[in-house]
Write a protein that binds this ligand. Structure first.
Ligand SMILES: NC(=O)c1ccc[n+]([C@@H]2O[C@H](COP(=O)([O-])OP(=O)(O)OC[C@H]3O[C@@H](n4cnc5c(N)ncnc54)[C@H](OP(=O)(O)O)[C@@H]3O)[C@@H](O)[C@H]2O)c1
Length: 332
């Protein structure tokens, strides 16, 4: 495993991290979840990402149990707050009330005294940014949270947060967690340049486009049994990539991966790691073999001609529009 700094901070994270959205507490049984976490640890992954909202809070519990007994200092545990964790008006968003209540729930479920990174899962248009950032800063001072970050914020929103933090002396955000893959490059034109200047890293999600970039979804054929595209909650999430144009171009990436001696998943993960503003690629997995496959992308260098071949194959199906980074308004 290779390690990178998280933004302009002293914290190092594993270049590949393991996340448990849609899997732990829902798509996979607890035994399989534990085996995936154990495989991640065996392969040198030290960074784990979850959120209060995953599987209606159950994902944090599963991760807490799976990591029990592992030396806390050897782990970086990331979680998030924003999406609803209950039916009440205050069970969502980034108000002081919800953030404080949510971190207490997360720490209890994860069975830890602190999280290494606490992320605002989306931008909240209904809470003053000063209120959220002051609350995050308080949690840092209380030692419940070591670093703060955001997820799927626009460049303008990140810039506003940094300005307020600098003016008010609050802890600065060190990371953003956006979707990023060969197929989804919307952060490249605005978010990455700002982040590079400001010492903010990207911790990217869905680097394999939720499984699509493995090439296992073949145009005109039924998705493989047990894959995310057949899962009750997963199929809606992956739908944006499940069309013949995307799927047939992805098949054409196979010779590129084969020429490099990589699997398709490794090529996809290695591709996001070529961007120096990316601190870590968060991979998901339903089976330990997937973790062991994906992790071999750490440290792989892709030459300019390989990157060009990929661009030539994918052509117009690559999404680059920065306007695709959006948070619900009003908040969800
Ligand atoms: N901040 C946010 O808003 C946000 C949003 C989404 C995700 N995330 C984070 O990012 C993490 C990763 O997201 P993701 O799960 O979409 O990432 P991903 O790594 O692109 O997709 C993971 C899924 O692809 C399939 N897969 C992975 N490796 C494979 C392999 N080697 N061979 C075949 N299939 C393979 C598995 O699904 P099947 O076996 O079911 O096909 C697996 O669950 C999440 O767990 C979460 O921590 C954050």
């Amino acid at each position: 495993m290779e390690f990178r700094h998280l933004g302009r901070s002293g914290l190092m994270v594993s270049e590949i991290s393991y996340g448990n959205w849609l899997t732990h507490g829902s798509q996979v049984e607890e035994d399989a979840a534990k085996l995936c976490v154990q495989a991640a640890l065996d392969e040198g992954i030290t960074t784990f990402d979850t959120a209060d909202v995953y599987a209606g809070t159950k994902a944090e519990e599963v991760l807490g149990r799976a990591l029990k007994g592992v030396r806390r200092e050897s782990l970086e545990i990331f979680t998030k707050v924003y999406w609803p964790t209950g039916a009440g008006k205050n069970d969502r968003g980034l108000s002081r009330k919800h953030v404080v209540e949510s971190i207490h729930g997360s720490l209890r479920r994860l069975q830890t005294d602190y999280v290494d990174l606490y992320q605002a899962h989306r931008f909240d248009y209904e809470t003053p940014l000063e209120e959220t950032l002051k609350t995050f800063d308080d949690l840092v001072r209380q030692g419940k949270v070591l670093y703060v970050g955001v997820s799927e914020w626009t460049a303008d929103q990140i810039a506003q947060a940094l300005k307020i933090a600098d003016e008010m002396g609050f802890d600065r955000i060190v990371s953003n967690q956006p979707q990023y893959s060969m197929l989804w490059r919307v952060i490249e034109s605005e978010i990455v340049p700002l982040s590079e200047k400001e010492g903010v890293s990207q911790v990217v999600f869905s680097p394999i486009a939720q499984g699509v970039l493995t090439g296992k979804y073949v145009p005109g054929q039924q998705p493989p049994e047990g894959s995310r595209a057949t899962d009750k909650s997963g199929s809606a999430m992956i739908a944006r990539f499940m069309n013949d144009d995307v799927l047939s171009r992805v098949q054409e990436l196979k010779p590129i991966a084969a020429d490099l001696g990589l699997t398709m998943a490794q090529l996809a993960v290695a591709w996001v790691l070529q961007n120096p503003n990316v601190a870590s690629a968060i991979v998901g997995a339903t089976r330990p073999e997937q973790v062991r496959d994906n992790v071999k992308a750490a440290g792989v260098k892709l030459d300019a001609d390989v990157l060009k071949r990929i661009d030539d194959v994918l052509g117009s199906v690559v999404e680059r529009d920065p306007a695709k980074t959006v948070s619900p308004n009003p908040r969800a």
